[in-house]
Design a protein around this ligand. Structure first.
Ligand code: FAD
Ligand code: NDP
Length: 325
């Protein structure tokens, strides 16, 4: 069994930024990048998308997988040990903390590693609806992130739809009015869940229409390889009536699932399962355990904010280790 001063769990921008800072501080971090953890390749959510246009430093943009590959190389350059395994279990009841991987998880198995400090950077997954047509038109009209994908040319001056009734749906719909000809929000209930201020703004917006008691039932589009979405079947759940509407974009805002199962019951989570951190820091409710990236951020959920919080986690962990020595 090996011991490390600090272990990072995750492989997105938060994990790699933490790794770059900790390895440059000569703390020899070990980073478990996962083996298809939660169904996502090592590198995290950005490996599932194409062009990233809003990460500073790349004026021409670059591919999501390429950006993560660069971050991984930068972590390794300063000496981070990267292990392609998924952490399956943690014992945080005493220090040093104990970590098991999927390979050595079993009733009698010893932990794979112990650590003085652990950084949780396991990310989150946007919920999908599994509509007919969703697989075919995913990223060819359908997206789960308006801020990420809204500026793509296929949405310019076109009718766009958002599904959801929360703050994200309201915020994304209003953001999309910069690009689309009109934005319609489909809300399954007869009211919005969004905060009053956001709901009022959305309902008053000239380029937005909210359709209550409405759900999408199918995504329609071009019948060819890489064909684009062109329409949507929408059902009124009161009358049962269905119609086909023109739609060139569909944005899901039906919530995210933070990958916090590993630490459930061990550190404080909020009502939606996000790790609670002390505001302005990466400190969790348990000394020596730090959290960064989307697993602790339900508000911004961007590559750059994840990277920023990864830096905070590294500096917080470094201070913790120095003070415990
Ligand atoms: P994530 O990227 O969520 O990665 C965490 C990864 O850690 C997991 O995917 C998994 O591989 C690994 N992991 C999880 N559990 C374990 C475990 N137990 N053991 C080991 N490894 C584990 N943001 C932007 O700023 N610009 C964009 O253009 C943009 N486009 C996007 C497009 C799409 C389709 C999506 C889904 C998101 C997009 N985002 C974009 C958001 C951005 O991807 C996220 O905010 C960011 O990736 C979150 O980073 P993170 O470090 O929290 O972890
Ligand atoms: P929420 O969980 O608040 O809202 C999700 C919405 O999606 C709900 O309206 C829900 O409907 C709907 N929904 C869920 N599943 C389905 C489905 N299968 N079909 C149709 N609709 C569905 O998530 P958000 O991402 O909006 O917000 C998460 C948190 O982040 C909240 O605390 C929010 O306040 C916060 N936030 C704040 C912002 C701000 O202050 N500007 C911006 C963004 C987020 P129903 O209501 O019927 O359950």
């Amino acid at each position: 069994m090996s011991h490390s001063k600090v272990v990072i769990i995750g492989s997105g921008p938060a994990a790699h930024t933490a790794a770059i800072y900790l390895s440059r501080a000569e703390l020899q971090p070990v980073l478990y990048e996962g083996m298809l953890a939660n169904g996502t390749a090592a590198g995290g959510q950005l490996t599932t998308t194409t062009e990233i246009e809003n990460f500073p430093g790349f004026p021409a943009g670059l591919g999501g997988a390429e950006l993560m590959d660069n971050m991984r190389k930068q972590s390794e350059r300063f000496g981070t040990e990267i292990i392609t395994e998924t952490i399956s279990k943690l014992d945080l009841s005493e220090r040093p903390f104990k970590l098991w991987t999927e390979w050595n998880d079993g009733p009698d198995d010893k932990p794979a590693r112990t650590a003085d400090a652990v950084i949780i950077a396991t990310g989150a997954n946007a919920r999908r609806l599994n509509l007919p047509g969703e697989e075919k038109f995913w990223q060819n009209g359908i997206s789960a992130c308006a801020v990420c994908d809204g500026a793509v040319p296929i949405f310019r001056n076109k009718p766009l739809y958002v599904i959801g009734g929360g703050d994200s749906a309201a915020e994304e719909a209003m953001f999309l009015t910069k690009y689309g000809s009109h934005v319609t929000v489909l809300v399954r209930k007869d009211k919005l869940r969004a905060s009053k201020v956001m709901a009022d703004r959305l309902l008053a917006h000239k380029k937005c229409t909210v359709r209550f008691n409405s759900v999408a039932t199918e995504v329609l589009g071009e019948d060819k390889p890489n064909g684009l979405m062109t329409g949507l079947r929408v059902k009124d759940i009161i009358s049962g009536a269905e119609e086909t509407v023109d739609a060139n974009g569909l944005f899901y805002a039906v919530g995210h699932d933070p990958a916090s199962a590993l630490v459930k019951g061990k550190v404080d989570l909020d009502e939606d399962g996000y790790i609670v951190t002390v505001p302005g820091s990466s400190l969790t409710s348990l000394p020596g355990v730090f959290a960064c990236g989307d697993v602790q951020d339900k508000r911004y959920r961007q590559a750059i904010t994840s990277a920023g919080s990864g830096c905070m986690a590294a500096l917080d962990a470094e201070k913790f280790i120095a003070e415990s020595e």
